[in-house]
Design a protein around this ligand. Structure first.
Ligand code: IFG
Length: 494
C-alpha cells in the first residue's frame, strides 16, 4: 500500500516518472517513527569508502563519533570525523523552531546534511539516517555495499516529550550489559526515557548504603546504577528510577523486621501475587527508611523524576495511603526531584495511567494538576501475550497483537483526558514470566517501535495499514542485530 501522504508530497517529476514507467508509486523510506514531513527529491547519495563525517561545532562531536562507530562497524570504511563540511555533515543550528529533539535531514547526490538545535536533536536525526541505509548497516561485521540513500528532505520533531520504556528488573534481575542492550535497541526508535522498576515483593535491586540488607542476590551496586545512567545519558535517555511503595514492598519487609507493623520480618517471596504487602505507615522508622532511600537514589539520578510506585496498595488503608504519599511527596521535594507514580498515587507531578479499567484515576490525577504518562496495559504492556499460543507473558489485560498495540491514540483513549494533559507514553515490560534477554526481545519487538511512534509521530499521519508496511522492513534490521523478535502473522515480513 503506497504511503499516501508521502506520495502526495513527492515532486511531480518523480511521480510522473513512476507513472510513465507504469511501476507502482514508489513509497517513501519505511521510517519508524514516521517523521513529521518527508519530501522525496532528486538524486541518490552514495556513501563511499573515502567519505568523512563533518561537524561544524564541538557539541556535535559525541553524536558524530557515535554515528561513525556505527557506520564503520558495518561498512568497514574509515569514516574519519573532521571539523569541516564533508560528505555527511552534522550541524548545530538554531534555524527553524525544531525544539530540543527536532532535526532536518537533507540528502542530495553530494551530501547528507543533518541539522538540529541541540546534540540531542542530532542524535534523534542519526536514528533516522540509520534507517535510510540498508538493513545490513545494523550488522556487527563489515558488509558489502552499495550504501545508497534516495534524495529527500525531512523536517521532524516529536509530538510528546516523554517517550519511555520500562524494564521490571525486580521480578527477575537483568545485568547492566543486558539493560544497555535494551537501551541500544530502544533509542533506534527515538525512545528518550528508561523507567527502571528497581524494587518489588520479589527483590530489591539497587544498593542502599544506609540499609545494606535490602539488596542481596542480584542487584546494581551504586556504581552499576551510575554506569546505566551514564550509558543512557550518552544516548540522550533519562533514567526514571522506581522504588515501589507502600505496596509491592515484601523484599524490604523481609530484609528489615522493624519495617513491619508487627516487628516480624516477612518471608522472601518469589511468586506472582500482588497487593499483599505494605510498609507500616504508622511507624516513624518507615519515613526514615524512605528518606534514606530517596536521598541515595536521588543523588544517583540526574533526571527530574523519582517514581515511588503507589500501585496496588491493597494492604494499605486508603487514609493511611494518602498520609504516606503526602509525606513521601515532602521527602521527594527535599531532594529536588519531581514525584512520579502509577495513577493511584494521590500526589506528584506525573501519574502513569496503566489499568484500562481505571481511567477515572487518570482523570483524578489531571484534576489535581498532574501530567499523565499513558501506559494502558491492554495496548502498551509488553508482557501481555500476543496470542493464546505465546509461550511467555501474562494475559490479565487481554491478548495484545501488534495491531492492537499500535491502533490507539493517547489523546482519545480515556474520556476526560486531552492532548495537553499528556506528557507522553511508555511501554512497560514486567518480568514475572521472563528471565532471559531473548525473552525480553521477543515480547518487546515488534510492539515497542509502535509505542515509540505513537509518542513521536502526529496522530493524523498514523494508520495501521501504513505502519504495518513500514514495520515489515524492520524485520531484516532486527535480524542484522540478532534481535529475537516475534514474527507476527499480521505483518508481511520482508
Ligand atoms: N500490575 C502490576 C505490576 C505487574 C503487572 C503485570 C502495575 C502498575 C500487573 N502493577 O502494572 O507489578 O504485576 O502485567
Amino acid at each position: 500500500m503506497p504511503h499516501r501522504r508521502l506520495a502526495a508530497l513527492m515532486t511531480a517529476s518523480t511521480l510522473a516518472a513512476a507513472c510513465a514507467a507504469d511501476v507502482p508509486e514508489p513509497t517513501g523510506p519505511p521510517l519508524i517513527p514516521l517523521p513529521a514531513s518527508v519530501r522525496m527529491t532528486e538524486g541518490t547519495f552514495s556513501l563511499d569508502p573515502g567519505a568523512r563525517i563533518g561537524l561544524r561545532s564541538a557539541g556535535a562531536a559525541p553524536v558524530a563519533e557515535e554515528l561513525a562507530r556505527l557506520l564503520r562497524r558495518s561498512t568497514g570504511y574509515p569514516l574519519p570525523v573532521v571539523r569541516q563540511e564533508a560528505e555527511i555533515t552534522l550541524e548545530e543550528s538554531g534555524g527553524r523552531d525544531l525544539g530540543r529533539e527536532g532535526y532536518t535531514l537533507d540528502v542530495t547526490s553530494d551530501q547528507v546534511r543533518l541539522a538540529a538545535a541541540t546534540p540531542e536533536g542530532l542524535f534523534r536525526g542519526v536514528q533516522t539516517l540509520r534507517q535510510l541505509l540498508p538493513a545490513k548497516v545494523e550488522s556487527a561485521t563489515p558488509q558489502q555495499g552499495p550504501w545508497t540513500i534516495a534524495g529527500l528532505t525531512i523536517e521532524d520533531r516529536p509530538r510528546f516529550a516523554y517517550r519511555g520504556v520500562m524494564l521490571d528488573v525486580a521480578r527477575h534481575f537483568f545485568t547492566v550489559e543486558q539493560v544497555k542492550r535494551y537501551i541500544d535497541l530502544a533509542v533506534g526508535y527515538k525512545v528518550n526515557h528508561l523507567h527502571l522498576h528497581l524494587t518489588d515483593d520479589q527483590g530489591w535491586r539497587i544498593e542502599i548504603k544506609s540499609w545494606p540488607r535490602l539488596a542481596t542476590d542480584g542487584f546494581y551496586t551504586q556504581d552499576d546504577y551510575r554506569e546505566i545512567v551514564r550509558y543512557a545519558a550518552e544516548r540522550f535517555v533519562t533514567v526514571v528510577p522506581e522504588i515501589d511503595t507502600p505496596g509491592h514492598t515484601n523484599a524490604a519487609l523481609a530484609a528489615y523486621a522493624e519495617l513491619n507493623c508487627d516487628g516480624r520480618a516477612r518471608e522472601p517471596y518469589k511468586g506472582r501475587e500482588v497487593g499483599f504487602s505494605s510498609l507500616c505507615t504508622d511507624k516513624e522508622i518507615t519515613y526514615r527508611f524512605l528518606d534514606d532511600v530517596v536521598r541515595e537514589v536521588a543523588a544517583l539520578t540526574p533526571g527530574p523524576y523519582l517514581h515511588l510506585g503507589g500501585d496496588e496498595a491493597d494492604s494499605t488503608a486508603p487514609e493511611d495511603y494518602e498520609r504516606f504519599v503526602a509525606r513521601a511527596q515532602r521527602i521527594v521535594d527535599t531532594y529536588g526531584k519531581q514525584l512520579m507514580g502509577w495513577a493511584e498515587i494521590t500526589s506528584g507531578a506525573v501519574a502513569q495511567h496503566w489499568d484500562p479499567r481505571a481511567g477515572d484515576r487518570a482523570v483524578a490525577a489531571v484534576a489535581r494538576g498532574a501530567k499523565l504518562v499513558m501506559s494502558p496495559a491492554d495496548r502498551s504492556y509488553l508482557d501481555m501475550k500476543y496470542t493464546r499460543d505465546t509461550e511467555y507473558g501474562l494475559d490479565w489485560a487481554g491478548l495484545v497483537e501488534v495491531g492492537d498495540s499500535y491502533a490507539w491514540d493517547p489523546a482519545t483513549l480515556v474520556e476526560g483526558v486531552r492532548e495537553e494533559d499528556i506528557l507522553g507514553v511508555e511501554a512497560p515490560l514486567w518480568t514475572e514470566t521472563l528471565d532471559r534477554p531473548d525473552e525480553l526481545e521477543y515480547m518487546a519487538y515488534p510492539r515497542l517501535p509502535g509505542i515509540a511512534e505513537i509518542g513521536w509521530s502526529a496522530a493524523s499521519d498514523r494508520s495501521w495499514e501504513d505502519y504495518r508496511e513500514r514495520l515489515a522492513a524492520h524485520g531484516p534490521r532486527w535480524e542484522a542485530q540478532s534481535v529475537a523478535f516475534y514474527r507476527s502473522p499480521d505483518v508481511a515480513w520482508r
